[in-house]
Design a protein around this ligand. Structure first.
Ligand code: RIB
Ligand code: CA
Length: 310
């Protein structure tokens, strides 16, 4: 088996983050060093509780760390219309026995990077506040991080606004810090994740696994399906965050195109847009590999392989 990749998964647990945690925790290719939590889909107390509940229910022993509870400078924005008031609408969980570590998530990211000798991959699937704060507090960790594989952005349509994707919109200043970090970066945007729709056929494949985590995943997807239908008219919900995890597991799960990506900070209308220079019109140095085409068969096999191991 090829060498495991050391990752920190940085989440704002909601439905797709939850499935990303479940996929990462059982992937042979991944050494899940820790899960850091940020405010995003819901407030930090809720995203933290949701993350602990998922880890508790799935008996995932990776340490969980509470991070930043608000964006660097902007007002907090949450997504109850998509993830519900709890941030993980649908299934109910008993109060989690698992507790967060005492260490702040940002301190954990810094420490893990300093100790990792250039082997650490950061996989953020929420607003980039924790990551940017770690870079701002300890800039030298940037040379210690192998790669960032994030879910966020879009070169096409946005979702929280016509122009911007939620994770970037919530904390655009943090996103600019991350995209300016000069660390090899894969941007898994909506153009890619909207190819990862959990259709009824996929839901049936997951149901056939016939284990409690597969059943939980179906419950999460069913809630997500309803909110995506109501909000976007989608028949099936896109599983955004597992796409970023899948890229760490199998490089070939989706294609990418190198380009310059900048974040719109000043416009009211286009706040948080990832301005992707697809045709290299600015001649600026590329700073991201932007996700283009999903190998759906590979992707769903990765997801289902992990879920089958619970
Ligand atoms: O725009 C989709 C992203 O925003 C996903 O990561 C979802 O969980 C929310 O964080
Ligand atoms: Ca997320």
């Amino acid at each position: 088996m090829s060498k495991k990749e050391k990752i920190i998964l940085d989440v704002d647990t909601g439905h797709d983050d939850a499935i990303a945690v479940l996929v990462a925790a059982k992937a042979e290719k991944i050494d899940l060093r820790g899960i850091t939590v940020v405010s995003g889909n819901q407030t930090l107390p809720k995203t933290l509780k949701n993350t602990l509940s998922i880890c508790d229910f799935a008996k995932i022993d990776a340490p969980v760390y509470a991070g930043m509870d608000r964006p660097l400078v902007r007002e907090q924005v949450t997504a109850p219309d998509i993830h519900g008031e709890s941030g993980l609408g649908g299934p109910t969980f008993p109060a989690p026995a698992k507790t967060a570590e005492d260490k702040q998530a940002v301190d954990f990211i810094i420490e893990e990077a300093l100790n990792s000798e250039g082997e650490l991959i950061l996989v953020p699937t929420g607003p980039l506040t924790n990551i940017a704060t770690a870079f701002n507090l300890k800039p030298k960790i940037k040379e210690k991080i192998k790669k960032i594989v994030l879910m966020g952005g879009a070169y096409g349509l946005g979702n929280i606004t016509p122009s911007a994707e939620f994770n970037i919109y919530v904390d655009p200043e943090a996103a600019q810090v991350v995209f300016d970090s000069q660390i090899p970066l894969v941007m898994t945007g909506l153009d890619l994740t909207h190819q990862a729709k959990a259709t009824q056929k996929i839901i049936n494949r997951i149901s056939e696994l016939d284990n409690r985590i597969a059943d939980l995943s179906v419950e999460l997807i069913e809630f997500f399906r309803q909110t995506y239908k109501n909000t976007f008219g989608f028949d099936s919900p896109p599983l955004h965050d597992p796409c970023a995890v899948a890229k760490v597991i199998d490089e070939d799960v989706f294609s990418t195109k190198e380009m310059r990506v900048d974040i719109e900070l000043n416009s009211q209308l286009n706040r948080g847009r990832t301005v992707c220079d697809f045709y290299n019109r600015t001649k600026k140095e590329p700073n991201a590999e932007v996700a283009i085409n999903l190998n759906k068969e590979k992707f769903w096999n990765i997801v289902i392989k992990s879920l089958s191991k619970y």
